[in-house]
Design a protein around this ligand. Structure first.
Ligand code: ATP
Ligand code: MG
Length: 375
């Protein structure tokens, strides 16, 4: 295997100055699998101030002495060899200890396939990670019970990596993960939410399905999700819909995980639309184009062609497509406060009567309505 030249040049700079340095974690795993790494981590014997002294541009990140080295070609996160202290709170190590060996640094890492190192020439494998990589197996480094108890987020990472890499989970690791699941209640909701987002965006989220019943307030996930586009709202909505979860519990689940309003309301709209039978025009009118697409992907992908045909036909489905705009309505005598509602009502009308989308006919409809009201 090889990493990008500039990453290897960073390794060599450490070596030239007498430090040990290895690429580690996801980048080595992905490179060995023939995938392109999306970021690079380096672990080194150099202390943070020694790392900073070796490179022109660096930024400190996190609270534990990780230094981001910035080069014109990209950036790498460099961390001094360390051993994690105890995890009293099941969340963060109380302290980290520098001045340890590579072997100790590797032992604090979560899974064997994430603990492989690359020194620029050779793979250094202290945990039989290459065998697990060949067998497509996720397994913790060391005793799984202890590792999940130290940091229960690893339970979610386990299923996320299994889904991302299409790996199976070693049975001992799996049973320890299930047993440690109650500890997830002590983990910050946003961290859980971020991990689940990542899981849902993998190519085969259904292989991480086992995680959902383990969550606080969790539920049995059913069906596939890989048939849906890799869009967070579509996948969340698909997950809830196929698990038989309605709008209200879905919204409170997402809120509980501190998901953004965009995600919460976006998912709510899709579930709302899924719960009702509507033709394409009405779906578009009520929910807009994006939500309608998601609804069809989940319920009726065969109708996506119908949606495309509708959209390219130029038929009216939103107020902007009407032959009259808000100013026209004002001059037609519609009170300012009723403009929005009137535009929406007219839009719905022309959905079923496309021939009525002319200025004259719309003005006539407004008049008829005003007369009705006056009577
Ligand atoms: P990717 O970036 O593709 O999601 P990754 O393996 O690089 O996967 P990161 O979250 O970037 O994962 O972490 C980098 C490395 O740090 C991991 O490969 C692992 O060795 C270690 N690591 C990260 N989080 C933990 C954790 N919670 N417990 C133990 N080790 C961890
Ligand atoms: Mg990474």
């Amino acid at each position: 295997m090889r990493l990008e030249k500039w990453v290897e040049s960073v390794l060599r700079r450490f070596h030239r100055h007498g430090f040990e340095a290895y690429a580690v974690g996801g980048c080595v795993r992905d490179a060995l699998l023939g995938r392109t790494p999306h970021d690079y981590d380096i672990t080194t014997s150099a202390l943070p101030r020694e790392i900073r002294a070796l490179f022109e541009e660096t930024v400190d990140i996190g609270g534990f002495g990780t230094v981001c080295v910035i080069l014109p070609q990209g950036r790498v996160e460099v961390t001094t060899f360390r051993a994690d202290g105890s995890y009293e709170d099941h969340r963060h190590p109380d302290k980290v200890r520098f001045g340890v060996s590579l072997a100790e640094d590797v032992r604090r890492r979560d899974f064997t396939v994430n603990a492989l190192c690359w020194d620029g020439d050779r793979v250094i494998d202290l945990v039989d990670g290459q065998k697990d990589l060949r067998d497509s197996v996720m397994r913790t480094v060391g005793d799984p019970r202890q590792r999940f108890a130290e940091d229960p987020l690893r339970i979610l990472r386990l299923y996320r990596f299994a889904a991302q890499l299409d790996f199976t989970v070693d049975p001992e690791t799996e049973s320890a993960a299930r047993r440690a699941a109650p500890l997830l209640a002590g983990i910050g909701a946003p961290r859980i939410g971020d991990e689940l987002d990542k899981l849902l965006l993998t190519p085969r989220p259904e292989s991480g399905r086992a995680v959902f019943p383990l969550l606080p307030g969790g539920f049995a996930a059913k069906g596939t999700l890989s048939d849906l586009p890799p869009d967070l709202i579509c996948r969340w909505a698909g997950l809830f819909f196929r698990a038989g979860k309605d709008e209200a519990p879905a919204v409170s689940f997402l809120r509980g995980l501190h998901r953004s309003n965009r995600i919460v309301y976006g998912t709510r709209d899709v579930l709302r639309g899924l719960a009702r039978e509507d033709d394409i025009g009405h779906l578009l009118w009520k929910y807009g184009r994006e939500t309608t697409e998601r609804i069809l992907h989940i319920k009726d992908p065969a109708r996506l062609d119908e949606l495309r045909a509708f959209l390219s036909s130029g038929r009216c489905w939103r107020p902007e497509d009407l032959a009259l705009n808000g100013f026209d309505l004002l001059s037609a005598g519609v009170p300012p406060k009723q403009i929005g509602e009137t535009l929406s009502r007219l839009t719905e009308h022309v959905l079923s009567h496309p021939e009525d989308n002319t200025p004259e006919r719309l003005r006539q409809l407004i008049k008829e309505r005003q007369n009705e009201k006056d009577q």
